[in-house]
Design a protein around this ligand. Structure first.
Ligand code: GDP
Ligand code: IMO
Ligand code: MG
Length: 427
C-alpha cells in the first residue's frame, strides 16, 4: 500500500512542514528518515505557529503516528525539550516511535561541528552547528552511539569511552578545546535513556506491517535535493541523503513500496549557509524577496539568501527524485512584481548548459540565463482554487510546471493550513 515521499526540491526551507501538515488527515504515519535538528519545519494552524526540528510534522495531527526512523541523527536533549514544549501547548507526543537503530548526537559532535567550522574560516560550510556532520561521520566510521545503546548501560559506557578516548585527543591537541568527561556524558545519556525508553521501537518492522495492512505512510524529508551528500552542491551540503532514494534506506522501507514522490518547490529560490547559488540576488531585489517572504531561518534565525526561480535545479530535482508531483509554495510572495525573471539555463564560460553542470567548479561559475514573465498585482492569499488566480499567475505556474518536468498538484498562497490550492489529490 502507498508509501509517499515528500522531499525538498531546492536547498531546503521550501515549505515541507506546511505540505506535510496539509496531508495529516490523509495519512497514518509520518516518518522523518534523515537529518536531525538542523531541520526547521514551520506549520501555521489558525493563530498558532509551530517550529518542528526533530519531530515529524505529523505529531500535530492527532490520528497520525509520528516516527523518527533509523536514518535520523538524534540529539536526545533537544528531542525531549521539543516533546515537552509541545506537551506544554497541549500537543501529545505519546504515539511517537523512535528507531532503535537511529544514531545519537553526542556532546563531542556538537563541539567538533563548531570548532571545525571555525578552522575552515572563509571556506566554512555554514552548518547549523547542531553536530550533524560529525554524528554522521562517526556513523559511517562505525563508531557511532545508537538509540539501542541507551538500553544497555554497559555497552553505552564502553561506546562513550571508546569515542571520547579518540575525540578528546582531537579536541584538546588539534583544536585546543576542553576535555569532555565520559562519566558526565554517561550520566547525562542514562538520564535520557529513562525518558526515551517508552518510545523506542523496531520502526522498520512497524512500518512494514502498517503498509501490509493498507495504511498510508508519508516519509517527510528534511533539507533538500541540493543539500544531499551525493547529489547536492558538495561540500556545501548536509551529511545525509534527503532525496527520495535516501528515504528507503533511512526508513527501512523497500523502494518497491514507494508510490508517489512529492517535491516541494518554492516559487523563487532560497539557501542558508555557504555554497554556489546561481540566481542569488545580492541587491535590493534579494532584500525585497527576503522581507516579503519572511526568509529568516527557522533553526538558526540566519538571513536566507534569496534569488529568482531556477528551472535548471527544478528539472534536476525531478530527475534525481523521480518526482510525480510538485507542491509549489509561496506563490503569494511574488504578487506585486511587474515582471518575474526565471532562470531557464546557465551560461558557463560562454557555453549554454540546460542541465546542472557535472563539476562544482562549473556550478560556481554558472551565470543564469533569464526569461521574463509578466507578473500580477492582485493579492492572491485568499484564492480558493486555481481559477481564482489572476491569468498571469496561472501562466507563471504553468510555465514553471513545463520547465520543471512534473505536474504541479498543489499551490501555496500563504503560510496557513487552508491557504493551499489543490489541483489534484496528493495521496
Ligand atoms: P521547511 O523547512 O521546508 O518546512 O520550510 P520552513 O518552515 O523552514 O520555511 C518555509 C516558511 O514559509 C515557513 O515560515 C512557512 O510557514 C512559510 N510558508 C509555507 N508555505 C507558504 C506559502 O505558500 N506562502 C507563504 N507566504 N508562506 C508559506
Ligand atoms: P529544512 O529541513 C535549509 C544547511 C545549512 C548548511 C548545510 C550543512 O528546514 O529545510 P548541517 O548543519 O546540516 O551540517 O549544515 O545545510 N541546512 C539547511 N538549510 N534548510 C534546512 O533544513 C537545512 N539543514 C541544513 O545551513 O548550509
Ligand atoms: Mg526549514
Amino acid at each position: 500500500m502507498p508509501a509517499v515521499v515528500l522531499v525538498g526540491a531546492q536547498w531546503g526551507d521550501e515549505g515541507k512542514g506546511k505540505a506535510t501538515d496539509l496531508l495529516g488527515d490523509q495519512v497514518d504515519y509520518v516518518v522523518r528518515y534523515q537529518g536531525g535538528n538542523n531541520a526547521g519545519h514551520t506549520v501555521v494552524i489558525g493563530d498558532q505557529k509551530y517550529a518542528l526540528h526533530l519531530l515529524p510534522t505529523g505529531v500535530l495531527s492527532p490520528e497520525v503516528v509520528p516516527v523518527i526512523a533509523n536514518g535520523v541523527v538524534i540529539d536526545p536533549g533537544v528531542l525531549l525539550e521539543e516533546i515537552e514544549g509541545l506537551r506544554a501547548r497541549g500537543i501529545s507526543c505519546e504515539r511517537l516511535l523512535i528507531s532503535a537503530s537511529a544514531h545519537l548526537i553526542m556532546p563531542h559532535h556538537k563541539a567538533l561541528d563548531k570548532v571545525t567550522e571555525r578552522y575552515l574560516g572563509k571556506a566554512k560550510i555554514g552548518t547549523t552547528g547542531r553536530g550533524i556532520g560529525p554524528a554522521y561521520g562517526d556513523k559511517i566510521a562505525r563508531m557511532g552511539v545508537r538509540v539501542q545503546d541507551l538500553l544497555d548501560p554497559g555497552i553505552l559506557r564502553k561506546k562513550i569511552e571508546v569515542a571520547l578516548n579518540e575525540k578528546n585527543q582531537v579536541l584538546t591537541k588539534v583544536y585546543n578545546r576542553r576535555v569532555i568527561d565520559p562519566e558526565k556524558v554517561l550520566e547525562e545519556y542514562l538520564g535520557y535513556a529513562e525518558r526515551l525508553k517508552p518510545y523506542i521501537a523496531d520502526t522498520s518492522l512497524v512500518l512494514s506491517k502498517a503498509l501490509d495492512q493498507g495504511r498510508v505512510v508519508l516519509l517527510e524529508g528534511g533539507q533538500g535535493n541540493l543539500l544531499d551528500i551525493d547529489h547536492g552542491t558538495y561540500p556545501f551540503v548536509t551529511s545525509s541523503s534527503p532525496t527520495a532514494g535516501g528515504a528507503c534506506a533511512g526508513a527501512g522501507i523497500p523502494p518497491t513500496r514507494l508510490t508517489r514522490v512529492i517535491a516541494i518547490l518554492k516559487a523563487y529560490t532560497t539557501r542558508v549557509g555557504s555554497g554556489p547559488f546561481p540566481t542569488e540576488l545580492l541587491d535590493e531585489r534579494g532584500d525585497w524577496l527576503r522581507t516579503t517572504g519572511h526568509e529568516y531561518g527557522t533553526t538558526t534565525g540566519r538571513d536566507r539568501r534569496c534569488g529568482w526561480f531556477d528551472a535548471v535545479i527544478a528539472r534536476y530535482a525531478t530527475r534525481i527524485n523521480g518526482v510525480t508531483d510538485f507542491f509549489l509554495t509561496k506563490l503569494d510572495v511574488l504578487s506585486g512584481l511587474e515582471r518575474i525573471p526565471v532562470c531557464v539555463a546557465y551560461e558557463i564560460d560562454g557555453v549554454r548548459h540546460d542541465e546542472v553542470p557535472m563539476t562544482q567548479t562549473d556550478f560556481h561559475h554558472a551565470k543564469p540565463i533569464y526569461e521574463e514573465f509578466p507578473g500580477w498585482q492582485e493579492d492572491i492569499s485568499e484564492a480558493k482554487s486555481f481559477d481564482d488566480l489572476p491569468p498571469n499567475a496561472r501562466a507563471y505556474v504553468r510555465t514553471l510546471e513545463e520547465m520543471s518536468g512534473a505536474p504541479i498538484s498543489a499551490i501555496g498562497v500563504g503560510p496557513g493550513r487552508t491557504q493551499t490550492l489543490q489541483l489534484r489529490p496528493l495521496v
